[in-house]
Design a protein around this ligand. Structure first.
Ligand code: ACM
Length: 746
């Protein structure tokens, strides 16, 4: 056979479906996939052959498909070659590349390295899982290579601990979707999760806490327990188990990167080694004392064992969210700042990270840390994981450092994936799969040289609200498929419509792999957006179902199969109630009815004067936010919710001219986790001349501050006056954040 891998040209992704019964919805989309005539039919005894280099991969394939163990095979295929599955090695310049050729007589997986062979094998497995009849595969040819070298998933096994079996299942799924890096967040306040032989206290005590649910523990006394205590909750991986996981992952071409968090998020370490706290006492702070050399000695001893278990190029040292208060008051930390000529506590943190970087470097490893490691100066060989948006990653790439992108807005799988009212409690935020898919890891701010420092992308699963394996799967799937395609498929070849179509096929794969994935809800979302040219609201009806039959009404009646079918966005004037539902065929019943009353209100496009400023960090669309005719969604980060930090909100809306007004309303959000509260009350007053205002009408808040789950509450006043100016005052009595939605005036 000729060396078909040499000189593969990356034909633009073609999604060829030759016959209707052929399912080729592979995710991530291969660089090229072409369906040809005929089928390959598997028998119970179809033999598997492999080049000696790929015996491990071939054995995994045989195991997964219940075929006999592979036989070694070298040489060429010819006319007398036995019908079977062949794993062949050929040279290629592209790392991780593979070809998969299926014809009626053979299935060939061709690659030059183990990763490529694994990816080819997983594409083959996926194709089998996609067929209703797994024994019949359409003939086709795939040529494929990844866009990014780093395609990761982070599991936080500290907030809740998951057994080895869960991690293995996740590794299997990562392999199926061509992710190649599993980042384990092994240490945090909520529990230490890896055996360290030199410090058995860490797993004897710090791996166990007094409450099972993180939320109860966090809101309670945050104490630790002891292994074997009846009420102890937690767990850890023994070194033997961790080594087994490393091998299990490596066999599937996945690297495990361990994270040992420092200097913040380290309460559990100081619970057993209080001498490493500035105060010398447990339960007093989250940051390790950096003025104390013992801190570095302990951390380095821990890392020595970590390095021995995990052969990864990178060792993640955390570095995020370290408070500086304890260091400010600590004589040892202050002495360190003086003797090392550091400017402040940020440079003290940077000093600590640099020390760890030198240590790792001496041991032949690279330091990886969250983007806070940029503050106070980045250590020379460090690689940055950008999570607070992309700015850290951009800054690092521009200074020649490698970067992994995992910005919260696109890659945090602890956020809600649908309307929170329909979902188990999550930490907040809103990240539907379409938004995950929309992410491009290479920021436009980078030139082509700088862009080379973007190694890839990672999804992070923080598990404060995720106590079980089933729930973990629910948060990860199907969003991980979108992330996988972002990491693997060239950005130019990504296409949401194609992905969505393939996703419909992939549900079968997830079912066959017994994954408790998030099922697309039947609920609709109706969105209305003011259009100042049309003087009307543009209505969109959004669904997570695939090409649903949506019917809607605008007269307040519940929709039925005979009502207007929703195809394209439409305009409504004045005040209109839209009701919509999906018709479920074949019995023509309808799913849940969604309802939205929209209005092209009188303040759209008006001038807003800020008597008190909005938050610099949450300006949304600045002075256009509150009167742009767009309501906010379930998350204050969507650009429609305007923040007011600590102080009150006080704005005056100036209409084009004085007019008759019936009522005025504004909604606020409450989500106590990040400190977002309802105002104590809202007052509305009005004026014709902008000088003399009416006595204010007060609307009291009735959402208790103890309600932690997301709530969105309108405050409305019927006024019935003629006015040009409306003043809206919201009292910030909790001194947290206020988040204000559209001011609607009718
Ligand atoms: C992080 O989310 N604190 C990295």
């Amino acid at each position: 056979m000729k060396k078909i891998l040499v000189g593969i040209s990356l034909i633009a992704f073609r999604f060829a479906v030759a016959q209707s019964s052929v399912y080729t919805g592979v995710v991530p989309a291969p660089a090229s996939l072409v369906v040809t005539e005929g089928n390959f039919v598997f028998g119970d005894e179809t033999p598997v052959f492999s080049d000696p280099a790929f015996m491990g991969v071939a054995a995994l394939y045989a195991q997964a498909t219940f075929l006999s163990s592979p036989k070694a095979y070298r040489g060429k295929l010819n006319a007398s070659t036995t019908k079977g599955i062949y794993f062949l090695k050929q040279r290629s310049n592209s790392k991780e590349a593979y070809r998969l050729l299926v014809n009626p007589f053979s299935v060939l997986v061709i690659a030059s390295d183990q990763s490529g062979a694994t990816h080819g094998m997983e594409t083959l497995l996926q194709l089998q899982l996609l067929q209703p009849d797994r024994k019949t595969l359409p003939c086709l040819s795939v040529a494929d290579t990844p866009a990014f070298a780093y395609r990761g998933l982070m599991l936080d096994v500290s907030r809740h601990f998951y057994p080895v079996s869960t991690v293995k299942k996740m590794i299997d799924m990562m392999a199926l979707y061509k992710l190649n890096t599993l980042h384990l967040h092994l240490a945090d306040a909520a529990g230490w999760r890896i055996e360290i032989k030199q410090y058995p206290e860490l797993t004897h005590t710090a791996a166990w806490r007094t409450e099972q649910r993180w939320k109860d523990w966090w809101n309670g006394n945050r104490h630790y327990s002891t292994e074997g205590e009846p009420g102890a909750y937690g767990g850890y991986y023994t070194q033997q188990e961790a080594r087994q996981l490393v091998k299990y992952a490596a066999d599937r071409s996945i690297t495990i990167i361990p994270e040992i968090e420092m200097p913040g998020h380290s309460e559990e370490v100081m619970a057993v080694f209080p001498q490493l706290a500035c105060s010398g006492k447990p339960y007093t702070q989250g940051e390790l004392c950096l003025g104390n050399d013992s801190t570095f000695i302990v951390l380095q001893n821990i890392l020595k064992e970590i390095i021995d278990i995990f052969p990864s190029r990178y060792i993640h040292i955390g570095g995020d969210e370290a408070g500086k208060a304890a260091w400010k008051k600590c004589p040892k930390c202050q002495a360190r700042i003086r003797t090392e000529h550091l400017a402040d506590e940020h440079e003290l943190q940077s000093y600590g990270i640099r020390r760890m970087e030198k240590f790792l470097s001496r041991h032949g490893r690279h330091l990886l840390g969250w983007d806070e490691i940029l503050e106070g100066g980045l250590a020379p060989g460090a690689t940055v994981m950008s999570w607070r948006g992309e700015s850290g990653g951009i800054k690092a790439a521009k200074t020649g450092h490698d970067v992994i992108m995992s910005p919260g807005g696109y890659c945090y799988f602890d956020a809600y994936q649908a309307n929170p009212a329909t979902q188990p409690e999550a930490i907040g935020g809103f990240l539907p799969i379409s938004k995950v898919y929309s992410y491009n890891p290479v920021p436009g701010e980078l030139n082509s040289t700088e862009a080379k420092h973007i190694l890839g992308v990672q999804a992070n699963v923080w598990t404060e609200y995720i106590p079980t394996t089933e729930h973990l799967e629910y948060m990860i799937f199907p969003r991980l498929l979108a992330l996988a395609e972002t990491g693997w498929t060239k950005t130019a070849n990504k296409n949401w419509a194609s992905f969505e179509e393939r996703l419909q096929q992939q549900y079968l794969v997830l079912q066959r792999r017994n994954i408790n994935y998030y099922r697309p809800i039947p609920n609709l979302e109706i969105k209305a957006e003011a259009d100042t040219n049309e003087h009307a609201s543009l209505v969109r009806i959004l669904s997570e179902q695939y090409k649903p039959d949506i019917r809607y009404t605008t007269d307040g009646s519940d929709p039925t199969v005979t009502d207007t079918r929703y195809i394209n966005p439409f305009f409504v004037k004045d005040t209109t109630t839209i009701k919509a539902a999906i018709v479920q065929h074949p019995d023509s019943t309808t799913g849940p009815v969604a309802s939205l009353t929209t209005a092209y209100h009188k303040a759209v496009g008006a001038k807003v004067m800020y008597n008190l400023p909005y938050s610099k960090n949450y300006p949304a669309q600045k002075e256009y936010t509150l009167v742009n005719g767009q309501k906010g969604s379930f998350t204050y980060g969507d650009g429609q919710w305007q923040g007011f930090d600590s102080g009150d909100m006080d704005v005056t809306v100036e209409l084009k001219n004085a007019m008759e007004l019936k009522n005025v309303s504004i909604s606020f959000m409450q989500l106590t986790g990040p400190g977002v509260y309802m105002p104590g009350y809202v007052e509305f007053s009005w004026s014709e001349d902008g000088k003399t205002f009416s006595h204010p009408v007060r609307v009291e808040n009735n959402v208790p501050a103890t309600q932690s789950a997301l709530s969105i509450q309108p405050f409305k006043a019927d006024i019935g006056v003629r006015a040009k100016y409306i003043k809206v005052f919201a009292q910030n009595d909790k001194k947290g954040f206020l988040f204000a939605d559209e001011i609607m005036i009718f």
